[in-house]
Design a protein around this ligand. Sequence first.
Ligand code: AG3
Length: 284
Amino acid sequence: MTQAKPRYLETLHQAWGQSFVMDEVLFEAKTEHQHLVIFQNAQWGRVMALDGMIQTTERDEFIYHEMLTHVPMFTHPEPKSVLIIGGGDGGILREVLKHSSVTSVTQVEIDAQVVEMCKTYFPKHSDGAFDDARLNLVIGDGVAFVNDTDLSFDVIISDSTDPVGPGEVLFTSRFYTGIKRCLNSGGVFVAQNGVSFLQTDEVLTSEQRLSPLFEKVGFYSAAVPTYVGGIMTFAWASQDLKPNGLDLNSLQARYQQAGFKTRYYNPGLHQACFALPQYLLDAL
Ligand code: AG3
């Protein structure tokens, strides 16, 4: 008799979670910062989890990475300098570098082992982006970086874990204060904010902490299959730029001019993703 294959159970939500058949465990270790597992699954391809929470899969990563990147990048008229906080798998970096206006990217990731293992096991996530001459990769604390750096940025993207463990500080007022100080005028900040049906408090907390610092704050969404529990919510903040309500014709012109293909993002979705479900609007 063949033995049933082991399953990976996500423990992000208290009384319910998804599980994956692990065809093969490719890597597992307690890094300096978190518990890292990479395994093979027949449905999703390679899957990475940190501290019991699914972070990325080969099959659906494009939805999250395109929406967290191209919404701010097509909002800014000419993004040159970009800061990525977290994002150790390189998926955001890959998408950012598709924009030819970009002259420099700084990425601050706390866990060197996540970067190394993702280069090995998720080569398509970064697709060579870690070797791009425009990149300055810093292994370090994102909160300290944004509060200390002399650099400033047109677009800042926070691709963090959930607000537990090492990711928790990336949802604090201290982090957002640092973001404000290194965001150029005319710049825009975006951050992943969990699945809003199950993590409504996370959205409310972000709104409460971002609103005193930025003139404009809002949220947008996309359904990412392996971030289960409904729509994934993204926060945005800016002093003077509004990613929502952009004119469809000019978005379309810029998208065509950019000259690269996307698999989820498109100008119509850019406009539509700011419409939020009533339960979320009521909570806000
Ligand atoms: N970053 C965000 C994962 C969030 C999952 N959270 C959840 N399902 N509530 C993952 C890294 C991708 N580059």
